[in-house]
Design a protein around this ligand. Structure first.
Ligand SMILES: [Zn+2]
Length: 212
């Protein structure tokens, strides 16, 4: 029996030794309500003032999230932020590193899974940031390039499974690219009023990028 799920059920007042409750546990696990491989289970964030990440758009701009971490729609079990942007809005590097992957070929009308124009940056600690749904022919960096904070990566588009609202999908992995179980929670050091925004960011908060 899974310890994590067992702990949650006993907190809810279920006696897990009872057969009926064991069946309930099986049902809950099979519905994915408690997914023990999910990175959403226990999140530990760095204090924003110590975070090596800044918001991935230029200073002075204000964006909101269309989806936050672990939302039941596109980000179920995913530590990813969808940052609402206009088509053509500039996307910048959230953390310095080396570009290890780019895609620039998919038109905004191509919504097949995996067909997202993108940039992947490897940071000094081996972690990997994935910036997705960029605009065709508007990815400006190349594999092997070293980037600093705020360097322009490209422009926002709607390639891949981006849904109806144009946005940047931003997700960081500890080491295994595109493995959602390896994703890391990220805080940003340059949000206006950042001291109020410790933990998972809410979709209703306007996120203004301050100088860093
Ligand atoms: Zn997303």
């Amino acid at each position: 029996m899974d310890i994590y799920a067992e702990r949650i059920l006993s907190k809810l007042g279920f006696n897990i030794t009872h057969l009926k409750n064991r069946l309930l546990l099986v049902l809950i696990l099979s519905l994915g309500i408690v997914n023990c491989n999910s990175p959403c289970a226990e999140l530990t964030f760095q204090a924003p003032e110590n975070s090596p990440y800044i918001l991935p758009y230029p200073i002075g701009q204000v964006c909101e999230l269309s989806q936050s971490y672990c939302s039941p729609w596109g980000h179920k079990n995913r530590l990813a932020y969808d940052i609402k942007m206009d088509i053509g809005q500039v996307i910048t590097a959230s953390r310095p590193g080396v570009v290890i992957e780019t895609k620039n070929a998919f038109p905004d009308t191509d919504h097949q899974p995996g067909h997202n124009n993108r940039v992947v940056i490897k940071h000094v600690d081996g972690s990997l940031a994935w910036y997705a749904h960029l605009q065709q022919k508007n990815v400006y960096v190349n594999v092997g390039e070293t980037l600093s904070y705020g360097d322009t990566l490209g422009k926002c588009g709607q390639s891949g499974r981006s849904g109806a609202i144009p946005h940047l999908h931003f997700e960081v992995f500890a080491a295994r690219l595109y493995d959602y179980t390896d994703a890391l929670p990220v805080s940003f050091s340059n949000i206006e009023g950042f001291e109020k925004y410790v933990g998972v960011l809410d979709t209703r908060i306007p996120l203004k990028a301050l100088p860093y």
